[in-house]
Design a protein around this ligand. Structure first.
Ligand code: F6R
Length: 606
């Protein structure tokens, strides 16, 4: 989703902003722009398409500004072209605005501003902000007051940053329902939608909260509420290094992040054999049912979390897409615990579900990767996943670390409620602690890697694919299909294998690759029967199974072997070959794996 970057300080602001925008490319965008003030004049450059188009134009401008704001746009109102790209300016051309989010009442604001003589250049909702600020400045307000008065008229969500030719020593920004973080440097300060944008300069940050405004100069950051009262904020340190946010020799971030999974899972587990500190243990006893809310890949982790929690702690769990939960009038009371799963901690639907549940009296536990993100600030308790920055749009290590957090949670609840004895607890935790090693063995096995690439080469021209799994691996079928479709644009469906005969079997012919997830678990024999059914209809079977499974070896066209584990823990191992399969197909097809079309890393609008 759109990205904002801003800089004020001693260095060349336009270069710093462009570099920051490049680091936010993973969020997804279709145009980019920069505004800066040089020798007292506001200048704007904006271009549709990749940031390099913008950079090409900017490089011809030799100015050395000390204040700049930039933006990558993911179109909502108006097509992605140069005019609709941000920054947007007012009628005087002195005020520039970048904005993430959606201004819901922009049409009526625009009409009223046009009736007062304002001329609009773009079709965007954002441009109204520039003209509203202009109106307020004309009434004699300074930039901060003008921005505060302007946003009081907005309905919707916004993270916005404004610079003004007549007050060139500051950036003013505001936030409501869209992320914005301030980076604190020495003699320089930064703003961005996400920390990697300025992580090479500073890891000291202030997270702006909803309905707060910041006035940022080179030496100072002041935060205000929307009434103009000063707010004291804590400066936090982000424990990520810039190396973690770089590709480190891998062709794509996605591949790097797939290979980082053993370490990421180990980091999530490490030191967390008891995830809740004593003072927070009450959260674990005070509920009678759990509702998990999440979107996309995080939702799939939630589906597996249901297996973990119900089998280990024997508490009923429902799992909802956050986008459905918020509109279905769910039954929530003070005996309901909500688990909100989100890599970014900024997903608009998940955040809305959290707010709804809290309003109804439920407690919320967040499982989240991004420290200090909005969902973590609004939850009663957060289990951090410690996956490190996940840059690729397609989520991989965030998913497996979410599984680790959910498993730890299930064991902890069972322990606190005395549902399991010490021996079972140790057995489960030991099995989990073996996962990173097993995964590393799999990822280091040259033959398996070559095989997955070979299978990808065989099927990269397919139109469709079917993924089948049962029990804990049914959600893995969904996740495998999601990975394939989002980065390779091949239509793929995930199904519980038992449902095959109720419809999807009609799809099977000699052209259809059918990915079957069938490790040696309680449903192994059933999966073998499903494979027989696919082969009887000449489908091509790619099986993910264990080494000692001759029945599958005999039937399947390709067999990928994963290490054995406790049956509940198989998703950690079965998902990885599917991530690699999707990756190699997209790579063979020559697609931009890390930034698939139409997708955004952090979906901050509904
Ligand atoms: C898929 C993917 C998305 C996200 C979804 C939720 O690979 O990345 O489906 O999982 O947008 O995002 P978070 O977890 O940040 O709430």
């Amino acid at each position: 989703m759109c990205g904002i970057v801003g800089y004020i300080g001693k260095d060349n602001a336009k270069n710093i902003v462009i570099n920051g925008l490049k680091r936010l490319e993973y969020r997804g965008y279709d145009s980019a722009g920069v505004a800066f003030i040089d020798s007292g004049k506001l200048k704007i450059y904006k271009k549709s398409g990749k940031i390099r188009n913008l950079e090409f134009e900017l490089n011809k401008d030799l100015s050395l500004p000390h204040v700049a704001i930039g933006h990558t746009r993911w179109a909502t109102h108006g097509e992605p072209n140069d005019i609709n790209a941000h920054p947007h300016v007012d009628c005087t051309g002195k005020i520039a605005v970048v904005h993430n989010g959606i201004i819901e009442n922009f049409a009526e604001l625009r009409k009223s501003l046009e009736s007062k003589g304002h001329k609009f250049k773009s079709q965007t909702d954002t441009e109204v902000i520039a003209h509203l600020v202009e109106e307020e400045i004309q009434e004699g307000k300074d930039l901060r007051e003008a921005v505060l008065s302007a946003v009081a008229k907005l309905k919707g969500s916004y993270a916005a940053a404004v610079i003004y030719e007549d007050e060139p020593d500051k950036i003013v920004c505001v936030r409501k329902d869209s992320p914005l973080v301030i980076g604190i440097g020495e003699g320089e300060n930064f703003i961005a939608s996400d920390v990697p944008a300025f992580l090479s300069y500073t890891n000291k940050v202030i997270f702006l909260d909803d309905n707060e405004c910041a006035v940022i100069t080179a030496d100072n950051v002041q935060i205000f509420d929307l009434n103009g009262h000063k707010v004291e904020k804590e400066i936090k340190e982000i424990p990520w290094s810039i190396a973690q946010a770089e590709k480190g020799g891998y062709k794509h971030f996605m591949l790097k992040e797939i290979y980082e999974q053993p370490k990421a899972i180990a980091d999530t587990i490490s030191g967390k054999l008891s995830i809740f500190e004593e003072k927070n243990k009450k959260i674990l006893t005070d509920f009678s049912k759990i509702q998990i809310v999440a979107c996309g890949t995080s939702f799939h982790a939630g589906l597996i979390g249901k297996f973990f929690i119900e089998s280990i702690s024997r508490i009923p769990v429902s799992v909802d897409y956050a986008s459905e939960y918020r509109y279905r009038n769910p039954i929530i009371d003070n005996k309901t615990l909500i688990i909100a799963i989100s890599q970014s901690g900024e997903t608009a639907d998940t955040l809305a579900a959290v707010r709804l549940a809290r309003k109804e009296g439920a407690k919320v536990v967040a499982i989240c990767n991004v420290i200090g993100s909005t969902i973590t600030r609004e939850a009663d308790y957060t289990i951090y996943t410690h996956a490190g920055p996940e840059i690729s749009v397609a989520s991989t290590k965030a998913f497996t670390t979410q599984l680790a957090a959910l498993f730890l949670f299930a064991v902890e609840v069972a322990k606190v409620r005395k549902v399991i004895d010490k021996e079972t607890e140790n057995k489960l935790l030991n099995a989990l602690s073996e996962i990173p090693k097993k995964l590393k063995t799999f990822l280091d096995t040259e033959n398996e890697k070559k095989l997955i690439r070979k299978i990808a080469l065989e099927f990269y021209n397919s139109q469709d694919a079917l993924y089948l799994g049962r029990f804990v691996n049914y959600p893995i079928a969904l996740e495998g299909a999601l990975k394939l479709k989002e980065i390779s644009y091949i239509h793929a469906e995930g199904y519980p294998a038992g449902e095959m005969k109720h419809g999807p079997i009609a799809l099977i012919d000699e052209k259809l690759p059918v990915v079957v997830i069938a490790p040696k678990d309680r449903v192994y024999e059933k999966m073998v029967s499903n494979i027989e059914e696919v082969k009887a209809r000449k489908g091509k079977v790619i099986a993910v199974t264990n080494a000692n499974c001759p029945e599958i070896k005999k039937l399947a066209d390709f067999t990928i072997e994963i290490p054995a584990t406790e049956e509940l823990l198989y998703p950690f191992l079965t998902v990885v070959p599917l991530q690699l399969f999707a990756y190699h197909i997209a790579d063979f097809l020559g697609y931009d794996v890390d930034q698939p079309r139409n997708l955004a890393k952090s979906v901050t609008v509904e």
